[in-house]
Structure formats: C-alpha cells, structure tokens
Ligand binder design. Structure first.
Ligand code: BGC
Length: 364
C-alpha cells in the first residue's frame, strides 16, 4: 500500500517537471509544497441552477483572491467530453489542486484518478463522486436539504388546508448523488404520510441533467396522467420548481398547488414572494466556497487538514474526509434573510411587479 502511494508521488514529480529528490513530499498524494499553488475548478453547467455561475464562481474567486493563490475556474456546460478536456488541460497546465463538481460519477472518477496519478490533489465540490478518489468532499448536509423540502411541502399543504393531497415528485438528475440524498431526505418525511394514507403518492420522476425544459415536459405529462389531480409538487431545486410553476400557470392553478425548490435563486425567491412557490432551501454558498478554498490551499501547500467528519462513499466504501454545512428553509417571511446575507440583492429580486411583494415581505 505504502509502496503504491510512493510510486504515485514519484510519477507526480516526474510529470510535473523534474523537481529534485529533496522535495518534502510526504507521500500522502498531496500536491507538492514547492510548487506555486494553483487551483483548478470545474463547474458543471450554467443552466441546471444559476448558482454555479452567479454564486459558486463569485465566492470561490473571492476566497482564492483573499488567500492570494492563483486559480482557474471553468465550466463544462454539461458536456462530459469538455469536462475531461478541461481537466486534462488543467493538469498539463500545472494545477496543484483540482476541484470538481462532477457531471456523473463515471467521468468524475476518471478525472480524479488521472489527477491523482499525476500528483495533483483533488476535492469533490458539492457532489460526491461515487467510487472516486477525492481527498476531500465539501458540501451541505444534503439529506437535511431534502428533509427541509419534505417538511416545507407538508407545511404549505397544511396551510392551504388540503385534505389527502396527491404529491408529485420532480427529482434531480439520476446521475447526481445529491439527488439521491435529497430524495432520501424528503422521503423520510413524506413516505410515512403515504403509508398512513394521510397523503397519496402521485407520479415520481427524475429529471435528467436537472434540465428545466425537460422538467416542464415531465410535469405536464404528470398532470395529464393524473387528470390534473396534483395537490403538491416536491421539486428538488428552483429550476425544476419553476418548470412546474410554468405549467401550473398555463393551467391557471399556480398559487393553488404548493411547489418546493432549492438554491434560493432570484427566480425561486420571486416565485415565493408571488405565492407561486411554497419554499426554497438556502445554502450559503459563500461558506461552502470558503471551506473548499481553505482545504484546496492547504493541499496546495502539501498540508493535511482534519475536517473532523467523514462521509461514506457507498460505492467505493471509503470514508471521505468531509465538510458538510447546514442548509436553511426559506419561506415568504424570511426571503429577507437571503438578501441580508448578500446572496441575492434587493435590486435583483424586487424588480417590476415584485416590488410590491417585497414590501409586503418586509424587504426594504
Ligand atoms: C446541487 C444543487 C443544484 C443541482 C443542479 C446539485 O448537485 O447541490 O444546489 O441545484 O445540483 O445544479
């Protein structure tokens, strides 16, 4: 085992331009401390959620800049081949740490393994790569995200006084481990209600690639299949929630059927203020980016940090050192908290017709 690790470290040294044998590489697979730290980040796309370009990029840049390290943040735009090409270019270009948000575990693993074989340290950012080899995983407690969604939908159905509601699911991408965790979370709240017949389980579909237009098509089919009898929609993020709302609007039943979300996107917050969306889940991406940047910087310096927590990779069986942050449920009355936190601005949210709703919700 130890021999294997040393071999990997040696390959890393060769591949990165013949640093001398006196390098103090500790044999942990971490980046070489003698190299100038440079951190490569690959974001997944810019459509499945606005967060990647509007929040993650901004906050990662902010954290790297504050630490004075070089970085290269790119977006694979939902293209797995591009994802691999970007990774190859980053590795060849001399990044010391590679941070990825995988598009699926297969390509994610290939990229992580390659980086490791070249002596580049790795971090799974937001999404765990199943069977992967990342040294750290930084995310939110994703099962809790789902639990907040399940509780949120349940609260909104109670508030509307709906008896024996039919609940439809629009789950996240089947290739995203987070989508599995979100579902485990909302199932933990809703399944007991289906089992006791308090609620009725409606259609349950995953949305490939978290794609909004696909979600709208799926939701329209769900409504047709149930002859319009859907009383609540568990949508796994604001993009999917907005897709459902667009179809509810078409059928003039928006606002009557509670819809959940996630990411506290400007669109999601506006839908909540307008009464078309029940809730969203706010994840303070600034903290996530900061935690990931701190670990990346430590790895770039060849240091090891104890995160005090691990997550079990169900496929690889590894206990991956992790940082998991706490998500927060957002309803109409605390949309203002997201604005106060600097995640969205009043100027972005309270435009046009939303100005009135903002005033009602105490956003001044
Ligand atoms: C992230 C969510 C995001 C979704 C779609 C998930 O892995 O955790 O915040 O909405 O991907 O991009």
């Amino acid at each position: 085992m130890r021999k294997g690790i040393l071999t990997i470290a040696a390959v890393g040294l060769l591949a990165t331009g013949g640093l001398t044998a006196c390098s103090d590489d500790s044999g942990t697979g971490s980046a070489d401390s003698k190299k100038t730290p440079k951190i490569g980040v690959i974001l997944p796309d810019s459509k499945s959620s606005p967060r990647w370009e509007t929040a993650d990029r901004r906050f990662l840049e902010e954290a790297f800049k504050a630490a004075g390290v070089q970085s290269d943040i790119q977006n694979a735009q939902n293209d797995k081949t591009a994802f691999q090409t970007i990774a190859d270019q980053m590795i060849t270009g001399g990044v010391t740490v590679l941070m990825i948000v995988n598009l699926d575990s297969g390509t994610g693993k290939a990229v992580l393994d390659k980086a490791q074989s070249q002596g580049v340290a790795t971090i799974d950012y937001d999404r765990l790569t199943l069977g992967g080899s990342a040294q750290y995983y930084v995310s939110f407690d994703n099962e809790t995200v789902g639990k907040l969604q399940g509780e949120g939908l349940s609260k909104c159905l109670t508030d509307k006084g709906v008896k024996n509601p039919v609940v439809a699911y629009l789950n996240g991408s089947p290739t995203d481990n987070n989508a599995t965790l979100f579902k485990a979370g909302y199932d933990s709240v809703l399944k007991p209600k289906f089992d006791s017949k308090e609620y009725t389980k409606g259609p349950d579909d995953a949305v490939p690639g978290w794609d909004g237009p696909t979600a709208a098509t799926i939701f329209e089919q769900q409504l047709t299949a149930t002859k319009g009898k859907i009383d609540g929609v568990l949508a796994a993020n604001d993009t999917l929630g907005n897709a459902a709302i667009s179809i509810l609007k078409k059928n003039k039943i928006n606002g009557k059927v509670p819809v959940t979300g996630q990411d506290a996107s400007v669109e999601g917050l506006q839908n909540i203020l307008a009464g078309d969306q029940c809730m969203t889940v706010y994840k303070a991406v600034r903290e996530e980016a900061k935690a990931a940047a701190d670990l990346a910087i430590a790895l770039a310096k060849g240091e090891k940090k104890d995160t005090g927590q691990t997550v079990k990779d169900p496929e690889g069986g590894r206990d991956v050192p992790s940082v998991l942050l706490t998500p927060k449920a957002i309803y109409k009355d605390n949309v203002k908290d997201v604005i106060a936190d600097g995640y969205a601005t009043k100027e972005q949210v309270c435009t046009g017709a939303y100005a009135k709703f903002c005033a009602e919700a105490g956003i001044s």
